[in-house]
Ligand binder design. Sequence first.
Ligand SMILES: [Zn+2]
Length: 386
Amino acid sequence: MKGDLELFKIFGIEVKVHFSWWIILVLLAWGLASSFFPIYYPGLSLMQYWIIGLVSAFLLFVSVLLHEFAHSLVAKSRKVVVNSITLFFFGGVAEINTEDLKPWDEILIASAGPIFSLLLGIILMFFYFNISNAYFNAITFYLYQINFVLAIFNMIPAYPLDGGRVLRAILHYFTKSLKKSTYFASLLGKGFAWFLGSVGFFRILSGDYGGIWLMFLGIFLHFLAGMSFEQVLYSEILKKWKVKDLMEKKFPVAYGDEDLAHFLTRNFSSKYDSFLVVKGKKSTKKEISSFSKKNLLGVLDLKKMGEMTIEVEERIKVKQVAYPLKYLKTLSSNQKSDVALRTLLKQGLNILPVIDKSKVVGLMWKERLIRSLVWERKYGVVMKKK
Ligand SMILES: [Zn+2]
């Protein structure tokens, strides 16, 4: 995400904070220092309220981080890839590769977070009742309750909350359909989002402006529930197609040793803006079909090329501005197209060569893939298999 600041890396998981986190940290500390602690711990100075407010707000985020770590470490123990944890506005997200997750794995991973928060809450409650230091007492008082809130809120069976994930996994186990179970779980998610939003709205109407948080949370959850379902739909569609069903078998090429200026004038009216770069100098052929991988040099994307003067373009060769083969993640014709789309998006290129054994057999266009996906979703067009 844009605006993420990387903090550190532990167990191979990157921990990042979104810029919104800093705003919330200050707002939360302010709320705690100005209203929460003065009510439960009267008689302290403003400075003291701010200190315990800031420490508590910070420790709340530590609690959220630990909650996400609970998810992530269980995921890792089930051999599921975890990339990063990001703290933001409404808490945290662990970027766990949930594609093709088995129901049991999902149940274990999703329930690890709330169970951890519950245990942490119990431990903090124990400290709260057994320690008499006023600062420590105030902070643990807040923290044990907030960890219970974290546990209980996340256990609500509203997808994509943890409880909703558990529900979806149970439904998935019985119905064997990820689509149907995600649909039902995200419907509950949207219902719960409406409920939260309405409670927030009526609280605002009755003069309690704290309700605005609930309203935001409701809108946010509604958006997430809808998006998560769309994602499942799209990847279900893409899984039906293999790369060979969608790839082009004739593709535009550029010759690595041709001057860039020459190449550009020659392709002045070309309908393409991405080319496979092959060895050799000029040829009259603009499109070719399968060829040996040995001749492939890389990919040329005109949109990714910076502005250059004619003098420069006359001096450099096509291969010098191409994206070199050694950094390309290539595709194979029997791969499922959801993997292909993910590879294309990760690589940030418009096209990727499809290579079987030692031959370049096709070209995958990102736009073509996305268009097929959107059309299938919209019109239910059944695509003919090639
Ligand atoms: Zn969670």
